[in-house]
Design a protein around this ligand. Structure first.
Ligand SMILES: NC(=O)c1ccc[n+]([C@@H]2O[C@H](COP(=O)([O-])OP(=O)(O)OC[C@H]3O[C@@H](n4cnc5c(N)ncnc54)[C@H](OP(=O)(O)O)[C@@H]3O)[C@@H](O)[C@H]2O)c1
Length: 255
């Protein structure tokens, strides 16, 4: 009987893997209920990909629900990226299902207007949990799914604010350092998983007109334009170019 077990397991697992390998690719996006995440879900759905769109409060994600109603390949899953049990439960649910592209998109900027002398360190913990720790924890949990896919890509939405070289004035201690740290985590990861054919990319979408940028006085891109550029970058990522910090304008950003 014990010799038959691997055969039985193969027969159970192969159809699921085969269906999705022969079918359209699958992308999993965190924070897909609004902003850049929602637009990523829309554009991958328009390409007819399978989209696993996660949100921490799907009941309040009306625009995402509308997308799923018109695109049967869009599945909505509940995920607070700072909740390790929720991450484990999602990985368990999708065990055996290849995920071609994981997009760590969910992010927060932290409280605005924190002058030196009144910095809120609890806020820093929340920013680090969301922007830095969560992308690695989710990647770790879903690594078997990514390794089992055809495209094998891990993408994290970073920011030019995470470029240490580009800092020449003070602002946003928490956000800037959380993005610089996730850059390091992902570059490190890139060399850990390269031998398995997995590619890792950090992408700066540039300034985009989302809730995160409300009231920021600078020219902002439409989410549809910015996300089209982000997806074009993701399409070009390969194991040869793994671990790079891509800018929305096409080049690379300095660390
Ligand atoms: N907009 C820009 O100009 C810009 C520039 C550079 C980089 N980025 C990066 O791009 C990514 C998306 O930004 P955005 O502009 O779309 O921001 P946004 O409009 O503020 O949306 C943030 C998304 O992250 C989700 N999120 C936050 N905390 C979460 C948690 N604990 N669990 C699950 N989801 C959570 C939010 O969900 P809720 O609705 O539940 O809060 C929302 O879906 C971020 O990583 C950001 O740092 C943005």
């Amino acid at each position: 009987m014990s010799r038959l077990l691997p055969l039985i397991a193969a027969l159970v697992l192969v159809p699921m893997t085969a269906i999705h390998a022969a079918d359209a690719p699958t992308v999993l996006i965190t924070g897909a209920n609004r902003g850049i995440g929602l637009e990523l879900a829309r554009q991958y759905a328009a390409r007819d990909w399978h989209v696993i769109a996660t949100a921490r409060r799907p009941a309040q994600a009306a625009a995402l629900a509308q997308l799923a109603a018109t695109h049967p390949r869009v599945a909505i899953e509940t995920l607070d990226v700072t909740d390790p049990e929720a991450i484990a439960a999602l990985a368990e649910k999708y065990q055996g299902r290849p995920i071609d592209v994981l997009i760590n998109n969910a992010g927060i900027i932290g409280k605005r207007n924190q002058p030196l002398g009144r910095l809120d360190y609890d806020d820093y913990r929340r920013v680090l949990e969301t922007n830095t720790i969560a992308p690695l924890r989710i990647t770790e949990a879903l690594l078997p799914n990514i390794a089992a896919s055809t495209q094998k890509k891990i993408v994290t939405l970073s920011s030019s604010e995470g470029s240490i070289t580009e800092v020449d004035s003070p602002r946003a201690y928490w956000y800037r350092s959380s993005k610089a740290a996730v850059n390091m985590l992902m570059r490190n990861l890139a060399f850990d998983v390269r031998a398995r054919g997995i590619s890792v990319a950090l992408v700066n979408p540039g300034p985009v007109d989302t809730d995160m940028m409300k009231g920021v006085p600078m020219p902002l891109q439409k989410p549809s334009d910015a996300v089209a550029k982000v997806i074009a970058i993701i399409d070009r990522v390969t194991p040869e170019t793994t671990g790079r910090f891509w800018d929305h304008q096409g080049g690379e950003l300095p660390w």
